[in-house]
Write a protein that binds this ligand. Structure first.
Ligand SMILES: NC(=O)c1ccc[n+]([C@@H]2O[C@H](COP(=O)([O-])OP(=O)(O)OC[C@H]3O[C@@H](n4cnc5c(N)ncnc54)[C@H](OP(=O)(O)O)[C@@H]3O)[C@@H](O)[C@H]2O)c1
Length: 359
């Protein structure tokens, strides 16, 4: 187990030496966090877990938990291809209502926009002491799902895609997660223990656990993916690629410069911070960043970022997404098709074909 950071007290509750003895929290060893994780791991080992949905996240949660010695069943809708895959991979896999009836912890690994429709029958079918767990605070925080006071409600949100959660687990490590308890229900100690045991079982306790709230997880996650990871960054890459191609440079070169190299720089930022990355690049690149960076990302971008954040906080983004989903997701589907049809995709395929070691 590596560390638990408690957002409320802004304190590291425990730290031990699984990852590295030289990283930042050397003087922060406090036993209480370690005890909580150990108790949680013991508690969940005596419980039954139902994972509902076997997609990007659900499959990795189910496999990691099973390989941590926890009893896991998978639930899904009838005719589901994902449910068949779960069966092929050795799980007891049945209708969602059937598996939740036996479970002490029910993990909702379904797309957020279907929670409103899918969760009520599952809550009705769960035993009264069953704890419900989410992977993202979206549906609960924005009022798409409500749960009676007596039931424990928790969140374990890995900070990365399911593929990374699985790959790092197989390497004997994990990726950090956020953990929150929305309500303890009739047995708050058991509720928190099951959440910690879940985080431990998927490998996240070997990386780090950040204790937070549903609100903070939901709003910061949405903002991070919109402003940077999936929105801002991808549009920046696309605009830069189009600028070079429009000026007559070869697409393959434009892709390599503006997209492929992002990973190298992102790795440096993650490993060493912005300043450390600045030391690892040439003076020319650092000086160019000084001349161009703030001219591109200026006050007007910050103002629009605040606007994006306000729309997340006041629920209007959630309302837009739910409305799109209710109409069969036309906006989401159009966005996926436009991205797939963009000329940069062809250039990307060519570059990747030249780099066969990329996965
Ligand atoms: N993707 C990520 O990287 C990531 C990261 C952190 C947290 N999360 C959170 O994890 C949760 C799951 O997201 P995901 O990306 O893993 O989902 P996903 O891969 O899109 O879908 C998961 C499963 O849902 C089933 N499903 C889809 N629509 C359904 C419906 N109407 N009724 C019943 N089953 C349905 C699918 O199976 P069939 O279609 O075969 O039935 C599939 O097994 C979300 O709360 C998300 O915010 C995701």
């Amino acid at each position: 187990m590596a560390w638990i950071y408690d957002s409320a007290s802004q304190r590291v509750l425990c730290y031990d030496f699984f990852v590295s003895e030289s990283v930042v929290f050397q003087n922060s060893i406090v036993a209480e966090g370690a005890d909580v994780v150990a108790q949680g791991a013991k508690m969940i080992s005596q419980c039954r877990v139902a994972v509902i949905g076997y997609g990007n996240q659900g499959r990795s949660h189910a496999l990691n938990l099973r390989e941590s010695g926890i009893s896991v069943a998978v639930g899904g809708r009838s005719g589901s291809r994902a449910l068949q895959l779960a069966r092929d991979e050795g799980f007891a896999a049945h209708s969602s209502v059937e598996v939740v009836a036996e479970a002490d912890l029910v993990i909702i690994a379904l797309p957020d926009e279907v929670h409103t429709e899918c969760c009520p029958p599952l809550l009705d079918a769960m035993k009264s002491a069953g704890v419900i767990g989410f992977l993202h605070g979206f549906s609960l925080h924005f009022g798409q799902v409500t749960v009676g006071k007596g039931r424990g409600v928790v969140l374990v949100a890995p900070k990365g895609p399911g593929t990374a959660l699985r790959a790092r687990f197989l390497e004997g490590m994990g990726i950090p997660c956020l953990l929150a308890v929305h309500q303890g229900g009739d047995d708050p100690i058991r509720t928190e223990g099951l959440a910690m045991g879940w985080a431990h079982g998927i490998g996240s306790a070997r990386a780090g656990i950040i204790r937070t709230t549903f609100r903070d997880e939901a709003e910061t996650d949405l903002f991070g993916e919109q402003a940077v990871l999936c929105g801002g960054l991808c549009e920046l890459i696309k605009a830069a690629y189009e600028t070079l191609v429009e000026a007559g440079y070869p697409p393959l070169l434009a892709y390599t410069e503006c997209c492929h190299e992002v990973k190298q720089i992102a790795d440096l930022i993650c490993d060493r911070g912005m300043a450390g990355m600045g030391e690892a690049i040439s003076n020319t690149a650092r000086f160019g960043a000084e001349v161009a960076g703030e001219r591109l990302i200026d006050g007007s971008v910050r103002a629009r970022m605040r606007e994006v954040l306000r729309e997340i906080q006041d629920g209007s983004f959630a309302a837009q997404m739910i409305a799109d989903s209710a109409k069969g997701s036309p906006r989401l589907r159009a966005a996926r098709s436009a991205t797939a049809a963009h000329p940069m995709e062809g250039a990307g395929r060519e570059v990747r074909a030249l780099l066969p070691w990329l996965k």
